[in-house]
Design a protein around this ligand. Sequence first.
Ligand code: GLN
Length: 561
Amino acid sequence: MKYVLITGGVVSGLGKGVTASSIGVVLQACGLRVTSIKIDPYLNTDAGTMSPFEHGEVFVLDDGGEVDLDLGNYERFLDVTLTKDNNITTGKIYQSVLDKERKGDYLGKTVQVVPHITNAIKDWIESVALIPVDGKEGPADVCVIELGGTVGDIESMPFIEALRQLSFSVGPDNFCLIHVSLIPVLGVVGEQKTKPTQHSVRELRALGLTPHLLACRSAQPLLDNTKVKLSQFCHVEAANILNIHDVPNIWHVPLLLRNQNAHLSILKQLNLLSIAAPPDLEAWTRRAETFDNLTDSVRIAMVGKYVGLTDSYLSVVKALLHACIACSLKPTIDWIAASDLEDDTAQSAPEAHAAAWKRLRNAECVLVPGGFGDRGVCGMILAAKYARENNVPYLGICLGMQISVIEYARSVLGLEKANSHEFDEDTPDPVVIFMPEGSRTHMGSTMRLGSRRTLFQTPDCVTSKLYCNPHYVDERHRHRYEVNPDVIGVLEEAGLKFVGKDETGKRMEVLELPGHPFYVGVQFHPEFKSRPGKPSALFLGLILSARGKLEAYLSRYQNGS
Ligand code: GLN
């Protein structure tokens, strides 16, 4: 196994994840098989308990792993399916060591950060790197490891030490270290400053790791004399100083790296030059350029709770982008804080209320994404009602599906107090209830997580046609509550159709409203499996419908073309 380690220096938020995935893309384009590992030095066992407000979206994997959103970038860029073990955290490492200690596996030894924690890290990396993630058999050729945080952080020290040991044990031919850093420009003089990078490389070297390549982030392209300086003071060959300056969209990053021959430097370090082909990035080039040149924009209203930090819905945003590009449209997302649509806001903040409604009314389609807790729920219900009554295409994801059930029960069945048990434990009409997969008495790990099969109840529904599969689809889940099986009969009689169910027939997975241009709610999260060039079926349906093109598209499918 060959390892490419990506570390970061100077500041956080440099786009290390995008850099690491782009390096993976370039290596893949050279014909190599690539896997990846993300290390998060925080103490949480996984991202499942972290607030999207603080940390951005919790990405969900096929195996039910709740992981850092960077794993989403890897899956999308490399078109791979990762496992929960591809995300290492301090919490997981300590837990595994402490479990062993309790079992007595250390035979009375003092258990220490070095060597026990560092050995656990190395063992974890070496075993996870071997898991095939691209659907082929046998391990990948290269494992890209991204170390989260910034070099010098106290919490990343055991990882740095473990990686230093790993680099030594696998040998120089099998280890390539790329340090991502920032080259700021100071206003008055306008000079590109190398000192912060020099310091962070010095820090890395003091810890026993020498970068083979530098990936320098900057607003404008690096000047030649900046590169010379960096090479001299950071002990990195001039050819290995890469520059990732600001680009119009992130799909340019692999191209930028290829143009600077990053692949040659990495392949040379890893002694892979003889087996690698010249990089074929034609599809990436086409996509990046298409994106730059899109002019016709489609307005999408995103009605959610966490709209302040758009990273909270990163995969939804990406899935919209993939679908829009497939339709040669540019997505314009109008973020609407659900609570701004509520009647109370009309009193407390009339301007915000008016602006939110204006945005909703101007939109060509409405999306209510997943979420937890009752904030903004009334506003989401209003948005679903607006879309239903005004024939505006609507996609409700997870919470968004539950919202449409509540709305339908209230407006159409006349059950004014209909609600989810999540928001009102005492509702007389619980149309969404807690249905744990496992124990009813244990509250921990009661989310329904990961890939589950949805069986289409009829091949004649929009969803099954969009998925081009009359029978089933496998999508990822992350929820606790479900549509109450006892109310399905009345809802269906009133017109709402549950066209996708799980294998037991008790869990509702997909709802549709016949007669509406596009009104679809799904209990799963289709956004997690959307890929550039392979848009998620339901997002495509939403966008096509927003432009009145869905029927023509579906009839092509019916005709088998
Ligand atoms: N809060 C809802 C549930 O737990 C929806 C979850 C979600 O949207 N991911 O079922």
